[in-house]
Design a protein around this ligand. Sequence first.
Ligand code: DQA
Length: 141
Amino acid sequence: MKVLVLNGPNLNRLGKREPAIYGSQTLADLAELCVKTGSELGLEVDFRQTNAEHELLESLHQAADESIPVVLNAAAWTHTSVAIGDACAQLTAPLIEVHLSNVHKREEFRHHSYVSAHATGVIVGLGFGGYVAALNHIASL
Ligand code: DQA
């Protein structure tokens, strides 16, 4: 089964970006972990990151058209983008929302998500482990 693992803005900066919050591992490390975990679970992981909102929308449209499960860390767009929420509403296969940090322990503006209302489940605060848990859940369905 194919799975899209989609990452939004600034996540290409992992390793350099606020390491006290996001850790010292890089996006390449995360991609490697997701692909390896997926292959152990029999999933074909297509891992993407973008800083352009239209590219994330197009990936979500592809997932909707092809009924592909999605693991989504929309990063800051989680809290700001009605368009990302509307694209998530079109998904028919499972959608797992993931955040590396526990957004509920952070600033108030991070407490609201336009994604959560459309998600099968939400995982926050487990770092890279959240992606592994999301892939395990998708494989178990
Ligand atoms: C994040 C949390 C968001 O609030 C933030 O804007 C990010 C990353 C996380 O993975 O913890 O860029 O989604």
